[in-house]
Design a protein around this ligand. Structure first.
Ligand SMILES: [Zn+2]
Ligand SMILES: [Zn+2]
Length: 311
């Protein structure tokens, strides 16, 4: 038996170099040697106007191509800061594709900035946006609000390009909503209080699967879509801080958001390689305390995210 096993092992080892060589040879003619997908936290905040935490926005960067999720206030300046830190793909003029989880203002107040600022900074491509029903109307209304600015930049003597202010907005349904050579993006519904449509997204890249919850109360769809994913980025509020809130706010938060205790239970079922907390509501507790609350019920690897962290 042992001899047989050794024999099989020898065959496998003998075959391996040829296989490796083949893979290397296959890479030679292609221009893309695959780079690891990076998660760049652009904004980890909430509606609270914390100067250290911009509005919710995450960039998945694959082969120097950025895929944004949400555009809270500050999104373009945070992308610019990440570029200065060495994330080449986040040059402002590269920001031409975004997925929005839902239309709450903390996730979308950076939308006019994302439409207009990269255009002024020479983005020629129209912005492509994917999101729930209502994103088309929001887009049209923002462009209407800024029509004087757009007209002056187009025809008032500025040497502007004539395409980069345009937006192609897609209203999505659950399932695969986008695919290219770097990513397959799947949208799934999550439970976010009275919102009819709030999405989480699953990004499948050549080397990592990354899931982002968006805003939600505990949602089984997050567990199903992560299911051992490499990275789960999930919103959270402190259970201890929650106890200090008034009953009407407690009722609201428990319908719309996920507590540290609930997240521990959810992550134990979702089994991510890394759990990143974002959109944290601390309500007076420290970051260490929040992490302790999660770790009390979750044995996996967990970090509390900050703006401009890269994973
Ligand atoms: Zn939010
Ligand atoms: Zn929300």
């Amino acid at each position: 038996m042992r001899i047989l096993l050794l024999g099989v092992l020898a065959v496998v080892l003998a075959a391996a170099p040829a296989g490796l060589a083949l893979r290397v040879a296959e890479q030679q003619p292609g221009k893309n040697v695959r780079a690891a997908a990076q998660v760049v936290l652009l904004g980890t905040g909430t509606p609270n106007a914390d100067p250290d935490r911009s509005g919710p926005a995450v960039a998945i960067v694959v082969n120097d191509t950025p895929y944004l999720v949400d555009f809270g206030p500050g999104v373009v300046r945070r992308a610019s800061a990440a570029f200065r830190k060495g994330i080449k793909g986040l040059a402002v003029k590269n920001l031409d594709l975004a997925f929005v989880t839902h239309l709450h203002s903390d996730h979308t107040a950076g939308y006019p900035d994302l439409i207009l600022t990269p255009w002024v900074l020479e983005r020629k491509e129209p912005l492509k946006v994917y999101g729930p029903k209502g994103i088309k109307a929001m887009t049209a209304n923002i462009l209407r609000a800024y029509q004087q600015d757009v007209a002056i930049r187009l025809r008032g003597g500025e040497p502007s390009n004539k395409t980069g202010f345009k937006v192609i907005a897609h209203e999505i349904k659950p399932g695969v909503v986008y695919k290219d050579e770097n990513v397959t993006v799947k949208a799934f519904l999550v439970s976010h209080g009275s919102w009819k449509e709030a999405y989480g997204y699953r990004f499948e890249t050549p080397d990592r699967t990354i899931v982002i919850s968006g805003d939600c109360a505990p949602s089984p769809s997050v567990i199903d879509n992560c299911n051992g994913c490499d990275v789960l980025i999930h919103e959270v509020y402190s259970q201890t801080g929650f106890a200090t809130r008034t009953p009407d706010w407690q009722k609201y938060h428990s319908r719309y958001h996920t507590s540290s205790v609930e997240l521990a239970e959810l992550a134990s079922k979702a089994r991510p390689g890394l759990l990143i907390l974002y959109h944290q509501l601390f309500w007076g507790v420290t970051e260490d305390d929040l992490l302790k609350e999660v770790r009390a019920g979750y044995a996996g690897k967990v970090v509390s995210g900050h703006d401009l962290d890269v994973y």
